[in-house]
Design a protein around this ligand. Structure first.
Ligand code: FUB
Length: 450
């Protein structure tokens, strides 16, 4: 597995060494922490501009708090295979940013007339000119993956975090940001300066932090979406209006508070090939510390009246999985209530990913949308370990479907490849089901077909 390389290299070395190809499923980025995803469709690809959580140490950021010094951009043409294009901006290469501020929080990027405008918040080094706290700057590129050239000063009149840019059908661009409340203003066509007074976007909940605005338009309705602390931690909410600057009317919850307890959430929406997707974050690789986050994506749909159907976070995420590649069934679509669970492969290096553990006869996991292709496949391979006589059954269709293969692990303690023939050849898109045949413990790293 390519991801195993990460065990031996620091993230920085890894980034310099290769354009990392992550696998699909959640989380999307598998080689570093990532947060606050701004997803955009540019041409025939999806680009994601997340912020980059680092673990703060003495002298580098504030231990126990966000520590962010740079940005990467990732892209995918199929929502399954993601490429890390590497660093696009770092804090010590932006003229106005304090080079040891570690405050490069949630960004956004948008295309206009063939140029790509990357917006990011940070703390200025010249607090006499720019004041204390966060300002928002812009960097410009000719391609989404850069290179980006930062402007020499932050945008005049904007104090805050979490920039978001929207260009309406008439070509007018708007900048949104947060600083306790959510603010919006028109942008000049140069995308670098405000072109109106700043509006505080009203009629939103008045109690509890609101931040991370993301505005999009659908069927003439403007959706202002934002994380909000209604209870103890953030959940994703939205309000609708008929004008990019409102007024907006509160319309509901897009995603409930994270079950993991991750205090922040931060999101974006895209429509790619006629399907809507929500990008957001949780703390998949960092169960004990919620300032080391990971970006995710799930499908999203609308009710007939234009309201948003609540998104239930999944591990399976989005995209079609190639049956011939290593299928990480621990990123399941569904799991039985008892006897099946997931855990990290190695808790000392969580970026090595997860495994699925079966301990009870009949326990199962379901993994959806696997493409077996047009030419039927005949064989199965799995990386497993488990007790003597442990056995696992594979099915397609349902947990009651015909068994297509049965495998036994070759070793009790060491990951081992087991192979078998399929009882019938399989083609096309299938959901796969894996069921424990007895009560013996068995662990699966990945499954693949050929
Ligand atoms: O990532 C740092 C901050 O946390 C973002 O700017 C906020 O939206 C929250 O996600």
């Amino acid at each position: 597995m390519k991801i195993y390389i990460a065990k031996f290299l620091t993230t920085a070395t890894l980034m310099a060494a290769l354009h990392y190809n992550a696998m699909a499923q959640n989380p999307i980025v598998r080689n570093q922490f990532s947060a606050d995803p701004s997803a955009r469709v540019f041409g025939d690809k999806v680009y994601v501009f997340p912020s980059h959580d680092l673990l703060a140490t003495e002298g580098k950021g504030r231990p126990g708090w966000f520590c962010m010094e740079d940005y990467h951009v990732f892209s995918s043409s199929n929502l399954t295979d993601w490429t890390d294009h590497g660093l696009i901006i770092t804090q010590n290469k932006v003229p106005w940013v304090r080079p040891d501020s570690y405050s490069m929080w949630a960004p956004d990027c948008i295309e206009r007339n063939g140029k790509y405008y990357f917006y990011f918040p940070a703390a200025p080094k010249d607090t006499i000119t720019y004041g204390k706290g966060f300002r928002i700057g812009v960097a410009v590129a000719n391609k989404p993956e850069g290179p980006y050239t930062p402007e020499s000063t932050p945008i005049k009149g904007v104090h805050g975090i979490d920039p978001n840019v929207f260009i309406d059908k008439d070509g007018q661009a708007y900048l949104y940001w947060s600083a306790g409340n959510i603010y919006g203003a028109k942008l000049k066509s140069n995308m670098l300066e405000l072109d109106s007074k700043v509006d505080t976007l009203g009629y939103l909940p008045t109690k509890g932090l609101k931040e991370g605005p993301y505005l999009f338009e659908r069927n003439g309705v403007y959706y202002l979406t934002y994380p909000h602390v209604e209870n103890k931690i953030e959940r994703l909410e939205y309000a609708i209006g008929d004008n990019p600057l409102g007024p907006f009317k509160y319309a509901g919850v897009i995603m409930d508070e994270s079950a993991s307890g991750c205090w922040t959430n931060h999101h974006s929406f895209i429509n790619f090939e006629n399907q809507w997707y929500l990008f957001y974050h949780d703390r998949d690789y960092s169960p004990g510390f919620d300032k080391a986050r990971s970006i995710r994506a799930d499908s999203l749909s609308f009710n007939a009246d234009g309201t948003i159907k609540k998104v239930i976070p999944t591990l399976r995420g989005i995209g079609v999985t190639d049956a011939k590649k290593e299928i990480q069934v621990d990123r399941y679509s569904a799991i039985s209530n008892e006897g099946a669970s997931i855990d990290f492969i190695d808790t000392t290096n969580r970026f090595l990913g997860w495994k699925t553990i079966f301990t009870k006869q009949g326990a199962w996991v379901q993994y959806n949308t696997v493409n077996f292709g047009a030419k039927p496949l005949k064989k199965i391979t799995a990386n497993m370990l488990g007790e003597k006589d442990a056995e696992i059954e594979f099915r397609t269709g349902s947990t009651a479907g015909p068994v297509i293969a049965t495998l036994k692990p070759g070793n009790i303690k060491v990951w081992n490849i087991s192979k078998g023939n399929l009882a019938k050849t399989i083609a096309g898109i299938q959901h796969i089901f894996i069921t424990a045949k007895n009560n013996k413990r068995i662990e699966i790293d990945w499954v693949s077909f050929e």
